[in-house]
Design a protein around this ligand. Structure first.
Ligand SMILES: [Zn+2]
Length: 246
């Protein structure tokens, strides 16, 4: 059974798919058990292909409608007018139907954005490097200037990622991020990526009521999510997806 984590409170247009996979419902084994969606992480490629086809089937999608970024922890993003693979980018935006934007994560945050009518859609990959380079703010700014829509017409869903409970960082983070996004516990420093992303988008004018944060830590929820940090780099990937049919 494919389990998709989806918005609970925000309105999603009927023809729009928004959500992220968990680790349940696939055929991969060991560290990749079981729904690993990542091909280049050391898993058996046949298992990944089976996992992917199960996911596409459960959402009635075909592989040829997917837009896949080759994520590099940057602030670069693309406005896409066709499906396919997009090199060296961490955000995809589209105004077209039948293009499903995807993001792979295993601690970094997937951020999915849509307008109330589903006409504009975006997917962002933001770990601490993306957040530091302000990709969430840059994508929202682009949408606001290019779409003609107002901030209150956008909805923002922040999926599951590494929580502040487990995001231990070095002292250099004190010069990268405002102290409000850093937690001092037991003489260690922890980064709150969710709060930093939320703040960036809020400051672009999106009303607080238009946000939904899943607020589940990928490290804590070991039965539900892959976590790069918890599994010391040997782990699978979840897939976040947003797209409009027809
Ligand atoms: Zn945690």
């Amino acid at each position: 059974m494919i389990d998709l984590v989806q918005p609970v409170h925000l309105p999603v247009p009927q023809d729009v798919l928004v959500g992220m996979t968990t680790r349940s419902g696939g055929v991969s084994e060991g560290a990749f058990e079981s729904l690993n969606m990542g091909l280049d992480v050391g898993d058996n490629p046949d298992h990944v292909r089976t996992n992917r086809s199960r996911v596409w089937k459960s959402f009635q999608l075909s592989e040829d409608v997917l837009a896949k970024p080759e994520q590099v922890h940057s602030a670069r993003f693309n406005l896409v007018q066709s499906p396919g693979v997009f090199p060296a980018t961490d955000g995809l935006i589209t105004h077209e139907s039948n293009i499903f934007l995807t993001i792979q994560t295993a601690d970094c945050l997937p951020i999915l954005i849509w307008t109330h009518d589903g006409e504009w859609l975006a997917a962002i990959h933001s770990g601490w490097r993306g957040t530091e380079q302000r990709i969430p703010a840059e994508v929202i700014a682009f949408l606001l200037s290019g779409s003609g829509y107002s901030p209150h017409e956008f909805f923002v869903w922040i999926g599951s990622g590494l929580g502040v409970c487990h995001f231990e960082v070095g002292p250099e983070f004190a010069s990268k991020f405002d102290t409000q996004f850093l937690n001092n516990r037991n003489e260690s420093l922890y980064f709150d990526n969710v709060a930093a992303v939320y703040d960036q988008i809020l400051r672009q004018g999106i009303p607080a009521d238009n946000f939904e944060v899943v607020d589940e830590c990928t490290y804590c929820e070991s039965g539900k999510y892959f976590s790069h940090r918890r599994d010391k780099g040997v782990t699978g990937r979840m897939l976040a997806v947003i797209g409009r049919q027809n």
